[in-house]
Design a protein around this ligand. Structure first.
Ligand code: COA
Length: 183
């Protein structure tokens, strides 16, 4: 993995098959296509349903603003074109939260695991974060497996407020800096 950095956020993170890079305005059509799948959106907290082109444009604009403020880093997951997104937010608290999605046609190739492991390494190597968490809705075993492969452990039940299907029972997953250093 190689990391190129700027003052506020890494310009990009390169893995074996993927580049994690900042979102661009011309990503809106690919984001809109990917998030036109209920099976993607139903598992996400902050994504509205149905998903419109304007939602993608707002997502890209807000990602830029939050990155500039140092609050949140959102990356396109790019394998030659955008196939997903991954973000880390709450950096300033030290307890940051991770979120991600992949377009349905590329599920099952290990991309989410590859992107998550790269982002986790980036966060603990470069940011003053002590723990990472991700809340996973209970009917999303694929995401729980992705987190497990990246070293996260289940830390307890929680509730996840989703725009698409309201309040859902979820399970928090956590990876501490200490556990990451031991791995
Ligand atoms: C969850 C998601 C990111 C996984 O992406 P992906 O690139 O397919 O994930 P990976 O290929 O890296 O790993 C998926 C793992 O889950 C496993 N898996 C898939 N479906 C499963 C299921 N129904 N039950 C149990 N495990 C499952 C796979 O076998 C694989 O594990 P393995 O490598 O041990 O075989 C993708 O399905 C997605 O975007 N879903 C919608 C959005 C979402 O859920 N985001 C996360 C919110 S917490």
């Amino acid at each position: 993995m190689s990391i190129a950095t700027t003052a506020t956020a890494p310009a990009s993170i390169t893995t074996g098959r993927l580049v994690l890079r900042p979102l661009r305005p011309d990503d809106a059509p690919a984001i809109c296509t990917a998030l036109s799948s209920w099976d993607v959106v139903k598992n996400l907290a902050r994504v509205p349903w149905p998903y419109e082109r304007a939602d993608a444009e707002t997502f890209i604009a807000k990602a830029g603003e939050r990155a500039a403020a140092g609050e949140e880093h959102t990356f396109a997951i790019d394998n030659g074109s955008l196939v997903g997104a991954i973000s880390v937010r709450g950096i300033e608290d030290g307890d940051a939260a991770i979120g991600y999605w992949l377009a349905e046609p590329v599920w099952g190739r290990g991309y989410a695991t590859e992107a998550l492991q790269a982002l986790v390494d980036h966060v603990f190597k470069t940011l003053p974060v002590v723990s990472l968490t991700a809340g996973v809705i209970t009917d999303n075993p694929a995401s729980m497996r992705v987190l497990e492969k990246a070293g996260f452990v289940r830390s307890g039940p929680t509730q996840c407020a989703t725009l698409a299907r309201g309040e859902q029972a979820a399970i928090d997953h956590c990876l501490t800096r200490a556990a990451w250093e031991r791995s």
